[in-house]
Design a protein around this ligand. Structure first.
Ligand code: FBP
Length: 548
């Protein structure tokens, strides 16, 4: 296969790891743990994997020879840069344990385990994928692993391949399911350990022990590069307002990190919109005010960053979406039978008066998007809702009103963008290359230590990699009980943007200046070779969180 010059050069990159992982390691037990909330309920559901201690790997002078082991690996959910390096780190880790160890990848996500679809990952395959973006080495998928039938079906192939440990690389839901699987295999004495790895560009799988999910760093840097390019373009032409939606599901971590990197004129943070109970009109007015103020200085251009989950955080919209979810769940067949041109009127007629009014006020394109197919969890697919168009259109109308009232004299022309898929498979930054390889290598160490129900954890990552701390965190420690599909379920608590956290506070303290002045930063493309201050920086979010 033909390769680019960068691909060839990147293949030779040796990811950096915590110092402790280079030689023999021993495991140090920390304090015993409890779940973040609902301790009694979670404990009852996980009798074998609840309350285990936090683990840390430290250097050891003792050389222990370990038996060969067969390990399985699964990539679950949306792509995130660095997944291939998790697998490479895992491969090198188990080979370092014993050269006869073998790694099997289940194909196209958790479905591969259930359908017995797999391939052995040998050294030549792994070498092709080191430091590359994407999940194409084995593919990924969104099948949920949750029923005992699936677990038993999976166990058949694990037994057949003599696999003693399974590593699941996924987000909060996949790691929750990994823990349910670990508990079940322990319960039935299946002899299979299950280890999780924290993946998602969304950055919403993080807590005290998991500093960040992998892929967030690279994806944000890619988006920040293109937003920076757009800012330079609009500062040059001075004629467009750019409305830029950013992926990230419910959480606004990606939008916030990009804002910290590029200093746009406006960045909406969904969590703040919800906390202040802002209406759609409030959000539109805030943006229109910035446009009008900049116009007074002759600046009829700027950038607005919008998190993709915004719509769900506007209280009135949240209520409308909840009613729509419910209505469509029960009347999908009737809805499908209505001629397309009458579907919106049909939905409107069946909504409560308050929600029907909001529904009717939406541009028809957005109203239609709200009625589209739900995801496997029954929720609106936020990445399909064109919030950037909705806001651009509504800000345009608001400015017309302001003009008529003599409150605005500028010119307004908008361009809309959505960045998401562009960053999910990007070549991982040095940070993600190193972090992911370390996570994979740590997963191997957890397997060697005989652990199950743990998530691989690498901490202190704003320091040089040699000072990073490798270990394991019991997944049950991150859980609480939440209502899903009408039932209370144990799930890993999703991390949203904290309004009293350092990253948001820094943003809030500076956004006024960024709005009116043109204080754009142009981060430029990710650099892989060159000075450390250019190539090895973590996200601004992490640096602020860790006070660096
Ligand atoms: P994960 O939560 O699986 O990591 O997915 C991340 C994500 O990129 C979200 O930001 C986005 O809303 C979603 O996936 C898009 O899903 P799909 O890949 O199915 O289009």
């Amino acid at each position: 296969m033909k390769k680019s010059a960068l691909q060839i050069a990147r293949a030779a990159y040796k990811p950096k790891m915590p110092k402790a992982l280079y030689g023999s390691v021993k495991v140090e037990d920390g304090a015993v743990t409890q779940s973040v909330a609902d301790q009694e309920e979670v404990k009852k559901l996980f009798p074998h994997t609840y309350g285990m201690p936090i683990l840390k790997f430290v250097e050891s002078s003792e050389h222990v020879s370990l038996p060969a082991i067969n390990v399985g690996v699964i990539l679950s959910g949306g792509q995130a840069p660095g997944g291939h390096n998790v697998i490479a780190g895992l491969f090198d880790g188990i080979k370092n344990m014993n050269v006869s160890s073998r790694l099997f990848g289940f194909l196209m996500g958790p479905g591969g385990l259930v359908d017995h679809d797999y391939k052995e990952l040998t050294a030549d395959i792994i070498d092709e994928y080191r430091n590359t973006g994407g999940f194409d080495i084995i593919g990924s998928g969104r099948t949920k692993l949750e029923s005992t039938e699936q677990f038993d079906k999976g166990l058949e192939i694990l037994k057949k391949l003599d696999i003693k440990a399974l590593v699941i690389i996924g987000g909060d839901d996949s790691n929750t399911n990994a823990c349910v699987l670990a508990e079940y295999y322990k319960e039935i004495n299946a002899g299979v350990q299950v280890i999780g790895c924290p993946k998602t560009i969304d950055g919403d799988l993080k807590n005290e022990m998991i500093e960040t999910s992998f892929g967030f760093d690279t994806a944000c840097k890619v988006y920040a590069e293109v937003i920076g390019n757009i800012q330079r373009d609009c500062n040059s032409a001075r004629k467009y307002w750019h409305f830029i939606k950013l992926m990230g599901r419910s959480a606004s971590h990606i939008a916030l990190e990009c804002a910290l990197q590029v200093q746009p004129n406006v960045c909406i943070i969904s969590e703040e919109v919800e906390a202040k109970e802002l209406s759609l009109d409030d959000v539109v007015s805030e943006i229109a005010d910035v446009v009008a103020k900049r116009a007074e200085n002759g600046n009829n251009f700027g950038t607005v960053l919008i998190p993709e989950g915004l719509i769900e955080f506007i209280p009135a919209m949240k209520g409308l979406i909840a009613e729509l979810n419910d209505f469509l769940a029960h009347h999908q067949r009737e809805f499908n039978a209505v001629p397309k041109e009458d579907q919106l009127a049909y939905v409107q007629k069946n909504l409560s008066t308050a929600n029907a009014k909001i529904f009717a006020s939406l541009p028809s394109g957005v109203a239609r998007q709200l009625t589209l197919d739900r995801d496997p969890h029954g929720n609106v697919q936020v990445s399909l809702i064109e919030t950037e168009k909705l806001l651009a259109e509504m800000v345009g109308s608001k400015l017309e009103e302001m003009k008529a009232a003599g409150k605005y004299k500028g010119k307004f022309a908008a361009q809309e963008h959505f960045f998401g898929y562009e960053g999910r498979c990007a070549t991982p930054s040095n940070y993600d290359s190193d972090y992911c390889y370390s996570l994979g290598y740590t997963a191997a160490a957890l397997i060697a230590a005989g652990k199950t129900g743990y998530m691989s954890s690498v901490r202190n990552t704003t320091a040089p990699a040699s000072e990073w701390i490798a270990g394991g965190v019991p997944v049950t420690m991150m859980m609480n009980m939440e209502r899903r599909h009408g039932k209370m379920k144990p799930v890993i608590q999703k991390a949203l943007v904290e309004l009293d956290g350092a990253p948001f506070k820094y943003f809030a303290a500076n956004r006024g200046d960024w709005a009116i002045g043109t204080e754009f930063i142009y981060p430029g493309p990710i650099q892989f070779f060159g000075p450390t201050e250019v190539c090895d920086q973590p996200t601004v979010t992490l640096k602020l969180e860790q006070g660096r």
